[in-house]
Design a protein around this ligand. Structure first.
Ligand SMILES: Cc1cc2nc3c(=O)[nH]c(=O)nc-3n(C[C@H](O)[C@H](O)[C@H](O)COP(=O)(O)O)c2cc1C
Length: 583
């Protein structure tokens, strides 16, 4: 069965020619102006839950880099920067009560980057999303064939699975759109650019993906692979790609709510999006590799980002073909206006500082970081273990259906799932993706109600699929507390906690490792979401009290910091899934 899906709304179908910067599309402007007005008044969504008050952090007390000159001299190897940032953006029972933050709904950032004057290419709207079982799509590199060509339809499917609008909710008469991948607070800070070099039906060039109208906006003509490969230490996957995704984050979209701590969230959100991108690429049979070591300046210049408001998160090489030629087009500044996101933007110096201090300055430094290795984690003594058999990869829903059905669970039913299902979710989440750094995170979890596994706190050994019991008992109350006192952590059947030894990570990769660890946690979390929904279960990302969580998993996890939590379980059926979705 091929799943037919029509775009959420029929937006302007204004005729578009090849994207030449400077082309005006009046109807798009009107549409976006309308959308902007709507978005600034949808405050009720989060007010339902939180009354406009959000958890706050102390990261804003950090000084920013003194000036542009000094920023560029800060070193990735000065790891005190990441240590400090992590410490001051930690949540605790006290911090969330002593540093409250009120959301300014009138200044809510627009969730779309809009180039009103760039020409557009429409992507196909009647997409046939992949029927390949989602579990297979996440795990099976066997689907991949390096000869697979890429065409406009394949690009559309991958981009849709990454960031397409899947559902809309009307609050107080205003539309509110949700996307294919989960995003903390539904703030969607992540942007996607496409450097197409050999894509049938698409002229070679650099484009920006606009999920709102499923179009690409043309930014630059030409083949930019050599430029990108150079920035990434001549990474061969980039040099030989048929297309490269450049993934960035616009920090203000997330800092509006989470302040400096949003830096972590931007990497989580990139990770959850990558889970979908890699599964979609697999389903297309395309080789894909995520690249995180690159000279930031060079990629920023290409897409016109400043590295302070908008920073590069990663590159994704898609497909394989003949390598790019040695010469590449002259890189001029990108002079294309975008619509302001809100009336004013607040700068968060602590965030700017950690992003600056985790920059890589050159192609050589990028290569050095990509080759860095890390000692294996020094974990505590193993406990009694059980290794339930995961389900076959063919089990469950197809990838397209899984992505369309996915939506974070708002209330869990406190019902049990089978050990084979949990084993499948963890196995699917855990396989190390094709990425330019080795595995950085470890998986711990609370099991509340899983048939065949005793309730308790566990370590999940990825190599063997074994659940090692650390503490037996009913920890619903503790789990609910640790995820910022959200009932989801107590009511789910299991709460996964991705952890990392930041000291070891920073020693190996410098501050860049801080970005990578959060991106990996987001990617593994995104896969846990996909696996849970493929099995027709539910999942929700969760944030947490940092130090209390670390302490809970001692002594086994001594030295580990929580990086992301994902609750999985049985959604409560009568839930109205959208009434408070803007966490
Ligand atoms: C990294 C991450 C952290 C999240 N943290 C929370 C959380 O603490 N509490 C919560 O209720 N939802 C949380 N969510 C779920 C988001 O609110 C949800 O993804 C967003 O509202 C979009 O809705 P959807 O996932 O249903 O498409 C998180 C999601 C992600 C990806």
């Amino acid at each position: 069965m091929h799943l037919q899906w029509r775009f959420v709304r029929s937006f302007s179908r204004a005729a578009t020619s090849f994207p030449l910067p400077g082309l005006r599309i009046a109807s798009m402007r009107r549409f976006f102006a309308r959308m902007r007005r709507s978005y600034s008044t949808t405050g009720a969504v989060a007010h339902n839950r939180e009354g406009g008050i959000i958890w706050a952090d102390a990261g804003d007390q950090l000084p920013g880099p003194a000036d542009q000159e000094r920023q560029r001299q800060l070193s990735n190897r000065d790891i005190e920067a990441a240590r400090t940032f992590h410490r001051v953006t930690a949540h605790s029972f006290t911090s969330v009560r002593t540093t409250p933050h009120t959301l300014d709904w009138d200044n809510r950032p627009l969730p779309y980057k809009i180039y009103p004057e760039a020409g557009a290419v429409a992507l196909p709207r009647d997409l046939e999303l992949s029927p390949v079982p989602a579990l297979t799509a996440v795990r099976a590199a066997a689907l991949v064939d390096s000869e697979t060509p890429v065409d406009r339809e394949a690009v559309a499917r991958i981009l849709f699975c990454a960031g397409g609008l899947t559902r809309s909710l009307t609050v107080d008469g205003q539309p509110y759109h949700f996307r294919a991948a989960p995003s903390a607070g539904a703030l969607y800070p992540v942007e996607i650019y496409l450097a197409a070099s050999e894509v049938d039906g698409l002229e070679t060039g650099l484009y920006h993906f606009s999920p709102a109208d499923l179009r690409l906006r043309g930014l630059r003509r030409g083949d930019w692979r050599m430029h990108l490969a150079r920035s990434a230490g001549m990474r061969s996957s980039i040099l030989e790609a048929r297309a490269v995704l450049v993934i960035s984050a616009i920090f203000w979209r997330s800092t509006w709510k989470y302040r400096s701590r949003a830096y972590r969230y931007c990497f989580w959100d990139t990770g959850t999006m990558l889970a979908n991108v890699l599964a979609a690429a697999n389903a297309e049979g395309l080789p894909a590799e995520v690249v995180t070591a690159f000279a930031d300046d060079q990629v920023e210049t290409l897409i016109g980002a400043d590295g302070e408001r908008e920073g590069i998160m990663c590159l994704v090489a898609l497909g394989r073909t003949a390598p790019a030629r040695a010469e590449w087009p002259e890189l001029r500044p990108l002079e294309l206006d975008t619509i302001p996101l809100s009336a004013t933007e607040v700068r968060h110096p602590g965030l700017v500082r950690i992003h600056t201090e985790s920059r890589l300055a050159s192609s050589e430094e990028a290569r050095e970081i990509a080759q860095a290795r890390i000692e294996s984690a020094n974990l505590g003594k193993p406990g009694p273990e059980t290794a339930p058999r995961p389900l076959e990869d063919e089990a469950g829903l197809g990838l397209g259906e899984t992505i369309l059905r996915r939506g974070s669970t708002r209330v869990f039913a406190r019902e049990a799932i089978d050990a084979s299902e949990l084993a499948t979710i963890l196995a699917v989440s855990s396989s190390h993706p094709r990425i330019d750094f080795p595995r950085l995170t470890e998986t711990y979890l609370f099991i509340h109600a899983v048939n065949g596994l005793e309730p308790g706190a566990y370590y999940y050994r990825r190599e063997t699929g074994a659940f090692e019991l650390l503490k037996a008992g009913d920890f619903r109350a503790q789990a609910g507390y640790l995820c910022l006192e959200q009932p989801l952590g107590a009511d789910c059947t299991a709460m996964i906690v991705y952890m990392g030894d930041l000291e070891r990570i920073l020693a190996a990769f410098g501050n860049r490792g801080y970005r990578d660890a959060h991106l990996e946690a987001g990617l593994l979390g995104g896969r846990a979401y996909l696996a849970a929904y493929a099995l027709e279960r539910g999942a929700t990302g969760l944030t947490f009290y940092d130090d209390d969580t670390s302490r809970f998993f001692e002594p086994h996890g001594a030295g580990m910091s929580p990086l992301l939590m994902i609750a999985v379980g049985v959604p409560r059926r009568r839930e109205s899934s959208r009434d408070d979705a803007a966490w």
